[in-house]
Structures are given as structure tokens and as C-alpha cells.
Write a new protein. Sequence first.
Length: 90
Amino acid sequence: FSRDKWAGLPATTVGVKCTQDMQRVSDLSRALGKPMVAGGLRQPQMGVEAGLFACTSQVFERLAALSKSQEYYTITDAIQELAHEGHVSS
């Protein structure tokens, strides 16, 4: 983990605290994120929640297809295409 100050995080940042062995999340909240948003120093075992998707192989297949037709693409591009086809639910 970097020990530099956090920079550029939105007010909605969710902080994540891991166990000492870094194998599990021990706490997760916006309250943990507030010092990060304020530009505080990075602390051991602390991170930022960055999103998690449960997906099928369709997402990876779509990413492969996008890689053949575009130089730059994102996972959001793949998910949006699948959503337009009715393959995405929340």
C-alpha cells in the first residue's frame, strides 16, 4: 500500500478496512472514507471500495468482441451493450 495522501476522491467514497492478514474486510463505510476524501495519509489495512460485479462469461466474450473492433473500451461498454440486449439485471 502507498503511504501517500489520498487525492481526488468523491464525497461518496466508501472506505474499506482489512484484517491484519489482508484476507478479509473487517469494516466498510462512508465514515471510513471521510478522512480519505479530506486528503489524509493512507493508513495500513485501509483502502477504497471500487465496485464488484457478479457476471457470466458473456461479459468476457463481449470484451473480447470489443477488443477486435475498438482500440479503447471499458467493462462499462460491454455491460451497456449486454443491457441493451436485455442480459443485465440488478
